[in-house]
Design a protein around this ligand. Structure first.
Ligand SMILES: [Zn+2]
Length: 255
């Protein structure tokens, strides 16, 4: 039997649309669109899973109709707008948190003119975990690891895990990582492994192949403002997205 292909969805914000012309507007998915996407996958019998819940499938120990759900950056609107939908279908997800920005805003985007919106604070992160969702790390400062020295990389990767574990009461600890901007190199991946993370997601497009992809270099399926539920099904259930397996970190600045 061929290995199972597993789509891991990459979301950022779920909220009402920012005004036309706003930079990075494409990364805001409306609650209605998000709800329709989850409903479509649920109707076909697919279950959305956090990275922790997806692990046995990624390893090839389990097979089933599953997909991963990830949210980058830790926006408060994930809790407000995405969580009720996830609860409706009994789906779990992983939200990647920027450890030094908890309770602040997406300050790393400021120079690009991106609208500043609140990130979850400690209490909200706890509510997220209590609701059955997962917290992962997105470094300390939303760092592009590809331009840092190995010593700086270790601080961003390992210290964020320690800080998040101290702040959020999560049974298994913080075991999942996401490279900001999709920026990585050999020493960054080594650092993620050494820190004890079990998975790491990139901005490389495509579906993960169970037992084949390196768990620390997992590709994802980008979901943007204009992705319809029909397109999402194509991306998840056909080879549509796999053919686009290039790193879009630099041009669309996903991640
Ligand atoms: Zn990010």
């Amino acid at each position: 039997m061929p290995q199972q292909t597993i789509p891991i969805l990459m979301y950022h914000q779920v909220d009402t649309e920012p005004p036309k012309g706003s930079p990075m507007r494409g990364l805001v998915v409306s609650p209605q669109t998000f709800s329709r996407q989850m409903a479509a996958l649920n109707a076909l019998g697919y279950q959305g899973k956090s990275m922790g819940d997806l692990m046995p499938y990624l390893k090839g120990d389990k097979r089933g109709k599953v997909f991963g759900i990830t949210f980058d950056d830790g926006y408060q609107n994930n809790l407000r707008c995405a969580l009720p939908v996830l609860k409706r279908y009994g789906f779990t997800s992983t939200c990647y948190i920027v450890a030094n920005q908890i309770g602040k805003t997406n300050g790393w985007d400021k120079e690009r003119g991106v609208i500043q919106v609140p990130l979850m604070n400690a209490q909200e992160l706890q509510a997220w975990v209590h609701a059955g969702q997962e917290v992962g790390s997105h470094t300390l400062n939303h760092a592009d690891l590809s331009i840092l020295s190995p010593a700086e990389q270790v601080i961003e990767i390992a210290q964020s895990k320690i800080q998040l574990e101290a702040l959020v009461q999560q049974k298994a600890g913080v075991q999942h990582f996401c490279y900001p901007y999709g920026g990585l190199n050999k020493t960054a991946v080594q650092g993620v492994k050494a820190a004890g993370y079990l998975t790491a997601t990139t901005t490389v497009r495509g579906r993960a192949v169970a037992a084949q992809h390196d768990d620390l270099l997992l590709p994802r399926v980008l979901v943007s403002r204009t992705t319809t539920w029909m397109q999402l099904l194509l991306k998840c259930l056909t080879r549509y997205e796999d053919k686009r397996a290039v790193n879009h970190g630099a041009d669309v600045y996903a991640g």
